[in-house]
Write a protein that binds this ligand. Structure first.
Ligand code: AMP
Length: 215
């Protein structure tokens, strides 16, 4: 049976890194609204032009925009293929809209993995984060350096720092997370879908815990 998962947590919790591991282990379609929006910004689409200002300010892109992106995408995924939602939902309205979009295809969310990381750790992690512009692989200057400094292990592309990974915007993103996104934890908690994974050990150790739970 297809597994539909949400990976949830503050910015910098390791959602991207754990998503790569989950996608590979369970053969899931990985949908990251952050990646989709960054792609739209890069391509200068209408959505991209609108989203850019919110993203650069550490604010949420309006619900109707992201809900449409995700609903359109969900409708194209085969019913027997599992999906991993990364960075979505980020508001209660988005959570309700996701349930509706999945219901339309006879699907539902099976589990929500909540990576809980304290604010100060988020700031340290995001300030050192680097990303491959070609394949979106994620690195950290000290925590997860590439084999060759500044270059992606997969693509050989020069790594970049995201425009919103600077301390001022990071603090705004944390505020947004606490005020608008945290209520989503209760939403899934009441449905008994939430698996909280605290900050422990290496990313591999975190993956092992998540796999153990899901298996
Ligand atoms: P992320 O890569 O998930 O950290 O997302 C980067 C930025 O994209 C966020 O700070 C928001 O501005 C925007 N964004 C990503 N996902 C969503 C979402 N589900 N709802 C609203 N805005 C989003």
């Amino acid at each position: 049976m297809a597994l539909n998962l949400v990976i949830f947590g503050p910015p910098g919790a390791g959602k991207g890194t754990q998503s790569e591991a989950l996608r590979d282990k369970y053969n899931l379609e990985h949908l990251s609204t952050g990646d989709m929006l960054r792609e739209a910004v890069k391509n200068g689409t209408e959505t991209g032009l609108l989203a850019k200002q919110y993203m650069e300010g550490g604010k949420l892109v309006p619900d109707e925009v992201v809900i449409k992106i995700i609903s359109d995408k969900v409708a194209t995924i085969a019913a027997d293929r599992g999906t991993l939602f990364d960075g979505f939902p980020r508001t209660l309205d988005q959570a309700a809209a996701l349930d509706k979009a999945l219901e339309g295809n006879g699907r539902k969310i099976d589990a929500v993995v909540f990576l809980n990381v304290p604010d100060e750790e988020v700031v340290t992690r995001l300030c050192g984060r680097r990303m491959c512009p070609a394949c979106n692989a994620i690195y950290h200057v000290t925590g997860k350096p590439p084999k060759k400094e500044g270059v992606c292990d997969n693509e050989g592309a020069a790594l970049i720092q995201r425009a919103d990974d600077n301390e001022t915007v990071i603090r705004q993103r944390l505020d947004t997370y606490h005020s608008q996104t945290q209520p989503v934890i209760d939403y899934y908690g009441k449905k008994n879908l939430l698996k909280e994974v605290g900050l422990t050990g290496s990313p591999q150790e975190t993956s092992r815990k998540i796999f153990e739970y899901l298996d």
